[in-house]
Design a protein around this ligand. Structure first.
Ligand code: MG
Length: 368
């Protein structure tokens, strides 16, 4: 268990935050450098989301960013409507502002919780992780995710990422043809050699039987994790695989709330969980899930935080306090997006070092 110093729920943060003067919420859509980047559930040429700024009356600004998560049912339009209702009431200092934020869900709640955390940390002139727990590491190994393409093309991208210094790669699978998935993994392992750590993510595209078959076939390529092989609500399928798969099974889409993670734990359905702040609804929820998983002996990994550096920077503050974190973390996907107005987070030789600044430690461009 981490020794948390602070109540970092929205209500707890509101009681430590300076009075709020105003807020600003902007649509933030970052084009992908490779517009054909796709996974089993989506193929968008850009990554849409929001950037929220909360302006304290003390002159300090708290900022946060999330993307929409269409495949989990969180769409930009609904999020904007809900946020535009709640934020003016939060800024006006209403007594029930904490519960208004609790009425938001998933990425919308996460956006406000993170902006409040950044605001409180910056107001106290400390890094956000100092409010979250005990610092366990100052640097985190990061992976990059390989878009679905032909085996040859994926192997080429893999080689280029390894030449940039990455030691870890995640391979997307889609089960359009399980032989093609096999060839993808085979080609990538053949190209990058034995020193690079590989995981696979099927984004729910296999049946339990089909996933067991492909797991048995690709295990020879030394794969560390098989992420979300079956549909998110197929707990029985995950249980089946957890007992038989030679590759450890990880829940991502299935682990979309504290309550769902509790179900997965009690069903002994998976070996590990992919933690993402937006889907879980905030850093406080993510910490709760990390503790639940550690206590149950499950692997805790930080999943992809796709969007601005601001989102990865927030997740990095979380990653550095999780005692049992299994690296790599999926915190480098901003590298494949363009036009980010946020600076201060840098990948070097497949690692990200904790930035030195207050709050999340990154800067939003004055021009944004
Ligand atoms: Mg995933």
């Amino acid at each position: 268990m981490s020794l948390r110093k602070e109540d970092v729920s929205p209500g707890g943060l509101l009681s430590s935050a300076p009075p709020l003067a105003s807020f600003r919420i902007e649509h933030l859509e970052l084009p992908k450098s490779d517009p054909t980047w796709r996974f089993a559930l989506a193929a968008n040429p850009s990554s849409p989301g929001f950037l929220l700024q909360l302006f304290g009356k003390n002159g300090v600004v708290g900022s946060a960013s999330v993307g929409e998560i269409q495949h989990l049912g969180y769409r930009l339009g609904d999020m904007k409507n809900a946020l535009e209702k709640v934020l003016p009431l939060v800024v006006s200092g209403k007594d029930d502002a904490g519960s208004l934020i609790e009425s938001l869900n998933g990425p919308s709640r996460a956006l406000v919780q993170m902006a409040l955390l950044d605001l409180v940390a910056r107001s106290r002139q400390v890094a956000a992780h100092e409010l979250l727990g005990v610092l366990k590491r100052g640097t985190v190994r990061v992976t990059r995710i390989l878009s679905l393409k032909s085996p040859e093309q994926m192997a080429k991208v893999a080689a280029s990422l390894v030449s940039e210094g990455y030691h870890d790669l995640k391979i997307k699978l889609d089960n359009k043809d399980s032989n093609l998935d096999f060839e993808r993994v085979s080609a990538i392992r053949g190209t990058v050699g034995s020193e690079v750590n590989l995981t696979v993510d099927a984004n729910q595209s296999y049946s339990a039987e089909g996933a067991l078959s492909i797991s048995n076939r690709i295990a020879q390529f030394n794969i560390d994790v098989f992420e979300q092989p079956v549909p998110w609500d197929d707990i029985e399928g995950m249980r089946f695989l957890r007992r038989r798969s030679p590759i450890p099974i990880e829940a991502d889409e299935a682990a979309n709330s504290v309550e769902r993670v509790a179900e997965l734990i009690s069903a002994q359905a998976v070996h590990g969980v992919s933690i993402k702040i937006p889907k879980l609804g905030g850093i406080d929820k993510a910490l709760q899930v990390a503790e639940m998983c550690s206590d149950a002996g499950l692997q805790v990994r930080i999943g992809a935080h796709v969007g601005s550096r601001l989102l990865s920077a927030a997740a990095l503050q979380l990653a550095v306090v999780i005692a049992d974190l299994v690296e790599p973390a999926e915190l480098a996907e901003f590298e494949r997006l363009e036009g980010d107005p946020v600076t201060g987070l840098v990948v070097e030789q497949g690692r990200i070092n904790l930035p030195g600044g207050y709050g999340f430690g990154v800067s939003v461009s004055e021009a944004f």
